[in-house]
Design a protein around this ligand. Structure first.
Ligand code: PHE
Length: 476
């Protein structure tokens, strides 16, 4: 059977940008940047995106296009031994499990969207609503809708499903983001937020912050999840991989920077005296507890209906971003099953989707509803010197997102440079890019992927294990 393909380079760029632009860009980035040095963080982040993440991205895309396979197939075909095959398995299980927790968060976002549209903004802005909401039965209705939409897109296949959805949702997403930025700029005291975001504070650049920034850039570009290998396998041979990769990285960075210009002015217009310590610690608390309060406060200017409209608009934006990311991550195991077992897209989707739904339900029940899942285990070190209690959701997050992601990235670099070999990698990129061979870029990519990038990823990996599981941060 002929492999499915994106219709053009633009089709790939939109689909990959759909994967990259997600909750990470829209919320996690502004929160991190504002706490860690504003523009200094942005500059570091941009540097990481182009000098560390982009080479990894190109390696994944080339590996996919060369083998025309999912990650498991690609590692098996070129690795030719059991060890590399095991790495291939890890590259398929990781996105499957990250997909589980990302599905749960996407369901929460959709729930907040639905509630804002139904005029329940006041409920969302009340102090305990988030806890009440994530433990309500309603959640399962929202889950059914999100799963339905995701399946509908994936069922359409590469061109008519994934690419088509990205062609509609991504331009809408950009327009909505710009419209919201323009709107918050008109609010009183918005300029304080812009200043706060754009004035660099280089003193904040500690090892810990740099580690966080790189991990965030990695996650945000959907690296080491097998996504770009899989999407790469749908790129046409004549397309220019380097140009496409640069565009995806650039778009993702642009959205992150614009989101800073959306979130911070909104926060400062709500409270011009806001202190750093009051800003949410995590993107979850920012989206689900902090922002609803800000939206509700808009009612003094534009009435409750106006405030609900702005809130709905924002949640729709985040929902589009999350949906295209969710689609990309589920496509990885789906493609693996289709390639590996020769089953149809529908069979792959329904069997994997079924397993994913069961796990997502367990995640959703692990916030207090079912004791077993809520206090599943404990490890690490809390402020009180005792291990931290961890739920099923925490466990999935800590293992697959925090720990295995940098490990997968590290192994991928070693695989491409030392197993697949530089000259094969270069030959693949050169198809559709005649000036690549012999260029400075080629030298940089080959050198970095074979030397300092895997070293940096190894440091992140070791430090994450030490921090998360043993409560000891090794970086200052
Ligand atoms: N890039 C996404 C983000 O920034 C992360 C992601 C992609 C998560 C794909 C899951 C699946 O939110």
């Amino acid at each position: 059977m002929k492999r499915e393909e994106f219709s053009s380079s633009l089709g790939f760029v939109l689909a990959a940008a759909g994967s990259a632009v997600g909750i990470g860009n829209l919320v996690a980035f502004p929160v991190m940047a504002s706490k860690n040095g504003g523009a200094a963080f942005l500059i570091m982040y941009a540097f990481f995106v182009f000098f560390i993440c982009l080479p990894v991205m190109l390696a994944e895309m080339s590996l996919g296009r060369h083998t025309r396979q999912n990650p498991l197939g690609a590692y098996t075909e070129i690795g030719k031994n059991a060890a590399w095959r095991a790495v291939g398995w890890m590259s398929v299980i990781t996105p499957f499990m990250i997909g589980v927790f990302y599905l749960v968060i996407t369901v929460w976002i959709f729930g907040y969207l639905a509630k804002s549209v139904m005029g329940q903004l006041e409920f969302l802005a009340a102090p305990d609503s988030f806890g009440v909401f994530i433990n309500s039965n309603e959640l399962f209705i929202y889950m059914a809708v999100v799963i339905g939409l995701t399946f509908l897109i994936l069922q359409g296949g590469v061109k008519r499903g994934i690419e088509q959805a990205a062609r509609v949702l991504m331009p809408l997403l950009f327009l909505m983001l710009i419209a919201l930025v323009i709107y918050v700029m008109t609010l009183e005291n918005a300029e304080l937020g812009v200043k706060f975001f754009l004035i660099p504070d280089f003193d904040k650049m500690t090892g810990k912050v740099l580690n966080g920034a790189l991990a965030q850039a990695f996650f945000s570009l959907s690296l080491a999840m097998g996504i770009l290998i899989t999407y790469g396998s749908y790129i046409q041979k004549g397309n220019n991989i380097v140009q496409a990769g640069k565009m995806v990285a650039g778009l993702s960075l642009l959205v992150a920077a614009c989101s800073g210009l959306l979130i911070l002015p909104a926060v400062f217009s709500f409270n011009p005296d806001v202190q750093l310590s009051e800003l949410s610690e995590s993107s979850i608390s920012m989206i689900f507890t902090f922002l609803p309060k800000i939206f509700l406060a808009l009612q003094t200017n534009i009435g409750y209906l106006g405030a609900s409209f702005i809130a709905s608009f924002f949640f729709l934006l985040v929902f589009f971003a999350a949906l295209t990311s969710l689609v990309s991550i589920i496509e990885v195991p789906v493609a693996s099953l289709m390639d590996g077992k020769g089953v149809s897209r529908r069979t792959a989707l329904y069997s994997l989707g079924g397993a994913m739904i069961v796990l997502a339900i367990i995640c959703a029940l692990s916030f207090g509803r079912v004791d077993l899942f809520t206090s599943l285990t404990s490890y690490g070190l809390g402020a009180d010197g005792l291990p931290l209690a961890k739920s099923f959701f925490d466990l999935v997050y800590d293992i697959f997102y925090e720990t295995i992601l940098p490990l997968n990235g590290l192994l991928l670099c070693l695989f491409v440079i030392y197993r697949w070999k530089k000259h094969n990698f270069d030959a693949e990129i050169s198809q559709g890019n005649s000036t690549f061979a012999g260029s400075l870029l080629q030298k940089y990519i080959n050198f970095s992927l074979g030397t300092f990038i895997p070293v940096i990823l190894a440091v992140i990996f070791v430090n994450t294990v030490a921090t998360v599981f043993f409560g000891k941060n090794l970086l200052f």
